[in-house]
Design a protein around this ligand. Structure first.
Ligand code: BGP
Length: 497
């Protein structure tokens, strides 16, 4: 396998899943902070009373009833993000371990509520800014380049309560303030940025992704419009601050196959692919694709762009396209197949079981060739550099004692990642795809986004926290740690374990 010189090998995390330090350093509360453990992406009926005495019953993605329709954290609930894996206090130790593996880059997110606690302050929170200064400075010691996600499932709750979060255009104003603040503060320290993590997840999990409790077609269209505009503004602002900045988007991507060669199945699979391509189309090309506008017309969704907004989209196209890839999906129009052959999947993908593929313990279907399909599809459509910023498989790893040492034999991770690296190598060497780097998800064990579990482990580093939050949080190198170190050192040529 040959990978380009300067290929960015590393790992990826998100503040809400690993940082902890919930109420420290002047941080405010964000959407993930109010999401309890257990399945976090399920629609459920919530009953609540507003101050006018009216009782409401509404389907919402929240896990706890909002009091007086105000979102927040409530007594007696268990919120895994509050502890995360305590990176807030252990960042030096963790970054040293990433350095030991030879990371070229580390993808992390800035917790917006650490910088602007309610999202709407006039002045940023200096303590929050200092925390990331310390983190970036520590990374520099090991030659690790930060790849920073500006918004990874961390919308300040103040914006949800005051404005309805991303359903409201005004949120863009506060976002611009936040982007400018971090762009200026970390100028020279950070040059690789991503705007919204998995921007397409708003349609499936609007609470987690955007701090919005519901997802009618109109709501999703509004969130998307505002986030697409906000993303375009972020590109412009960051370029203005430092022309060396490179800004990418981020979409939860998959390959979607027709269940049969019935043309209706083929058409259904193409439609399913549009749920990813729509965002890529706007962020890479700078305008809404015709199929989306027609869909809005058909569904009675009101949508328009002022000439100024259209100009913003055009001027704010991204420098590169990034995406997460975990699995592929299958689509059918046959009601019998649809009823019986489902896989658990993840919140963004899921779908039908593919008889040719094995699945993880969480029902995510393992398909390395699907990654080559995805890379080719994106490269052919946009000819912009690509970056795989999430990939991996959650497994139930155990720590065992051997010769007085605690070890973890996680061969399944090595196998999964190796097959996906080969698929990327083929896309580069056989198909000519331009790929900037690869940051496997959860390079250190962390809280699962979709379930809040700890025992769904992706990491090269085992973290001794359990599902109920117990444990001492100590870190241990897994077998995959040594393998990953070798892969990076050989620039992907040596994939043996
Ligand atoms: C992506 C998210 C991540 C991450 C990953 C794995 O959708 O961007 O935040 O968590 O999925 O998902 P999970 O944690 O549910 O296994």
């Amino acid at each position: 396998m040959k990978f380009p010189k300067g290929f960015l090998w590393g790992g990826a995390v998100a503040a809400n899943q690993y940082e902890g330090g919930f109420a420290e350093g002047g941080k405010g509360v964000n959407s993930s902070d109010c999401t309890t453990r257990g399945s976090r992406t399920k629609l459920r009926t919530v009953t609540y009373k507003t101050s006018d005495g009216v009782i409401h019953e509404e389907p919402m993605f929240m896990m706890n009833a909002p009091e007086d329709a105000q979102f927040g954290c409530f007594e007696g609930f268990d919120y895994p993000s509050h502890q995360g894996i305590d990176f807030y206090h252990r960042y030096k130790e963790d970054i040293a371990l990433f350095g030991e593996m030879g990371f070229k880059t580390f993808r992390l997110s800035i917790n917006w509520a650490r910088i602007y606690p309610t999202g709407m302050e006039e002045q940023p929170n200096e303590e929050g800014l200092k925390f990331y200064d310390r983190v970036f400075d520590e990374m520099k010691k090991y030659g690790i380049k930060p790849l920073v996600t500006l918004s990874h499932y961390e919308t300040p709750i103040g914006l949800s309560n005051k404005l309805g979060s991303w359903t409201n255009r005004e949120t863009i104003k506060y976002w611009e303030r936040y982007v400018r603040t971090v762009g200026e503060r970390y100028k020279g320290k950070v040059q690789l940025w991503l705007t919204f993590n998995e921007i397409n997840v708003a349609a499936m999990s609007p609470w987690m992704s955007s701090g919005v409790g519901r997802n009618t077609p109109q709501i999703v269209a509004d969130i998307s419009k505002h986030q697409l505009l906000a993303s375009a503004r972020a590109v412009q602002i960051l370029h203005e601050i430092d022309p060396a900045n490179k800004v990418g988007n981020m979409v939860a991507y998959g390959a979607n196959y027709p269940y049969t060669c019935n043309p209706d199945d083929v058409w259904a699979a193409k439609q399913a692919m549009r749920s990813y391509h729509f965002y890529e189309d706007v962020q890479a090309r700078g305008y809404y694709p015709s199929y989306k506008l027609k869909e809005y017309e058909r569904e009675g969704v009101s949508f328009s762009l002022t000439p100024e907004e259209a100009e913003t989209l055009k001027k704010g196209t991204v420098d590169f396209l990034s995406f997460s890839y975990y699995m592929s999906s299958v689509t059918s129009v046959d009601p019998e197949i649809l009823a019986k052959d489902r896989t658990a999947g993840n919140m963004a993908l899921g779908g039908l079981r593919n008889p040719y593929l094995k699945a993880s313990d969480w029902g995510w279907q393992i398909d390395p060739l699907g990654l080559r399909v995805a890379l080719n599809e994106l490269w052919e459509r946009y000819q912009k550099p690509l970056f795989v910023v999430e990939n991996g498989m959650g497994t139930q790893d155990v720590l065992v004692e051997e010769n007085g040492r605690k070890v973890c034999h996680d061969h399944a991770h090595v196998e999964y990642l190796r097959d996906h690296i080969k698929a990327m190598g083929d896309a580069i060497n056989e198909d000519g795809v331009e790929l900037m780097g690869y940051t496997p998800w959860g390079c250190i064990d962390l809280v699962s986004a979709s379930t809040g579990e700890m025992h769904k482990r992706y990491g090269f580093i085992y973290v001794d926290y359990q599902d109920d939050g117990s444990g001492d949080g100590n870190r241990y190198r897994k077998d995959s740690f040594y393998w990953w170190k070798k892969v990076i050192a050989s620039n992907g040529e040596d994939l043996t374990d």
